[in-house]
Design a protein around this ligand. Structure first.
Ligand SMILES: Cc1cc2nc3c(=O)[nH]c(=O)nc-3n(C[C@H](O)[C@H](O)[C@H](O)COP(=O)(O)OP(=O)(O)OC[C@H]3O[C@@H](n4cnc5c(N)ncnc54)[C@H](O)[C@@H]3O)c2cc1C
Length: 381
């Protein structure tokens, strides 16, 4: 039987988030896309509402609530615009590293700003030479007195321009065998000498989400900025990537739902050959197929969310969700544009943006191929 994780309180909270998104964010979407940035005041506004890191303990500025609240926030934000996943990235994918592996002084120093929107977070694994093969990173940190000297380059980093704190995956033991045993996580703060940010990378979609390269040249990072234990970074990443992939699956699912909704509406209004285009049998079947796939995605996802909240191991299933829902959302995008005819190709129509934006769902946070590799491994291959 499908688990129901939501109570009346959750529904009230969902309505409040939805209202906030509609009134305070939606009117400015086009402007932010045009300017290729989300102003810092938006982060602060979300922080004031308690919509950033709601799960954090109250002593660190959060509300101490369950993951269901993060799901609701991500669903309501991403239903409006995929680029709003940037807030989920900050709250539910990156801040948990500091909360789980940070020392008490680190938490006191950084987490309240994460909850208030004063500190924007990034996480940097990908490098020009390697993405999927994380063990092959070359960014290097060498101990020198009270510091690590960090040298290397990262790319495709979300919040790369706007971040105040970036968690950097780097090699502290390049000779380690196997190689993943030599990776650590260092928190680099904006303004640290030797840390520079590249220009925003021009992307196919999610334009208002800043994605950039990061450079480290003899960057002196205080040793007290090491997260957790030295050389344990890979295992921390493997642990936290599960929730990251779950949030990405949530975003892809709400994207598919949003695209289907607006296409069903369009197919009822637009007429051809004397009737709404949705009544042409081929199109009815296409909509029926998409509605079925979207429903399957939702059922699988809700079950997975409940398992994650129960604390079960979701490695195999979250890899399935990230792969299948990401690909399904892209199939839905393709057919929804087709059903919009020429207007599907026009910027003014929301489906056009969705089509561009959803493309990355099968790429970031681990590609579909890497997800299948994990599923295969879980099957014993
Ligand atoms: C919008 C966006 C935001 C991003 N944000 C971040 C971020 O904040 N932080 C960060 O660290 N990274 C980020 N990334 C990078 C992203 O995680 C990588 O692009 C992704 O992991 C793939 O790595 P790659 O691009 O180097 O591709 P590669 O690893 O070079 O892969 C290229 C192709 O080969 C396939 N492939 C690779 N290995 C295998 C294999 N073993 N078997 C079969 N096929 C394989 C891949 O699936 C892919 O199709 C972001 C990317 C995008 C597009």
């Amino acid at each position: 039987m499908a688990r129901n994780i939501y109570t009346e309180e959750h529904h009230i909270f969902r309505n409040a988030v939805r209202k906030y998104v509609q009134n305070e964010l939606a009117p400015y979407l086009d402007e932010w896309e045009e300017r290729s940035e989300i102003p810092r005041s938006v982060w602060k506004g979300l922080g004031d509402q308690g919509f950033l890191c709601p799960w954090l303990d109250e002593e660190y500025g959060g509300s101490g609530v369950g993951f269901e609240y993060s799901v609701i926030i991500n669903e309501e934000l991403c239903r409006m615009m995929m680029a709003f996943l940037t807030f989920g990235l900050h709250s539910d994918m990156i801040a948990p590293y500091i909360d789980s592996f940070g020392s008490v002084p680190q938490k006191r120093r950084w987490l309240p700003g994460c909850a208030s929107g004063d500190k924007v977070l990034a996480i940097a694994m990908t490098e020009p030479g390697t993405g999927s093969d994380l063990q092959a990173i070359r960014t290097r940190a060498v101990k020198d007195g009270d510091s690590y000297v960090l040298n290397g380059q990262k790319t495709l980093i979300s919040n790369g321009r706007s971040c105040d704190l970036a968690i950097i995956a780097c090699k502290t033991d390049p000779k380690a065998i196997p190689a993943y045993k030599g990776i650590s996580l260092l928190v680099v703060e904006e303004g640290t000498p030797g840390f520079t940010k590249g220009q925003k990378l021009k992307k196919m979609g999610i334009h208002c989400w800043d994605t950039a390269e990061l450079f480290f040249e003899d960057c002196m990072v205080p040793r007290e900025n090491l997260l957790g234990e030295e050389d344990h970074g890979f295992q921390y990443l493997m642990q936290k990537l599960q929730q990251e992939r779950l949030v990405c699956s949530i975003q892809a699912q709400v994207g598919a739902e949003a695209m289907l909704d607006l296409t069903v509406r369009y197919c009822k209004e637009r007429e051809a050959f004397g009737k709404p285009i949705g009544e042409l049998e081929h199109n009815t079947f296409k909509l029926a197929e998409m509605a079925t796939e979207v429903e399957i995605g939702r059922t699988f996802l809700n079950d997975l969310i409940a398992e994650h909240i129960e604390g079960l191991d979701i490695l195999k299933k979250v890899s399935m969700a990230k792969w299948w829902i990401g690909e399904m959302a892209n199939r839905v995008a393709y057919h929804c544009v087709q059903l919009h005819g020429g207007y599907g190709y026009i910027e003014e129509y929301a489906i056009c943006r969705w089509y561009r934006d959803i493309r990355t769902s099968t790429i970031f946070a681990g590609t579909s191929e890497i997800m299948k590799k994990i599923i295969g491994k879980e099957l014993g291959f």
